[in-house]
Design a protein. Structure first.
Length: 95
């Protein structure tokens, strides 16, 4: 009788460990998908800024990427003479 109880306890411990491992794997998979969405959106914003050729057009020229989202996401980099995404500016997917 004692052996049956011990076997059941070992079985429950194995199931618990399997559930814990599955939970950790799912957590990391979901985190990587969210991170990928953020990186893709940021790359789109950087590309949009980099396509602007004139300094006068660079400032605040991102309103057409997301409807209703306007602002000063781009700035002129005088060292490299190009329009770049401002440091620290992140798309809504990154919040």
């Amino acid at each position: 009788m004692i052996n049956k109880g011990q076997g059941a306890l070992e079985y429950l411990i194995l199931i618990g460990a399997a559930v814990l491992i599955a939970t950790v794997v799912i957590y990391f998979l979901v985190g990587s998908v969210t991170s990928q969405k953020c990186q893709t959106a940021k790359a789109q914003w950087e590309l949009q800024c980099n396509q602007i050729m004139l300094e006068e057009q660079c400032e605040g020229n991102m309103g057409d990427i997301y409807d209703g989202y306007a602002g000063n996401e781009c700035e002129w980099d005088s060292t490299n003479a190009k329009c770049v995404l401002k440091a620290g500016v992140l798309p809504p997917e990154c919040s």
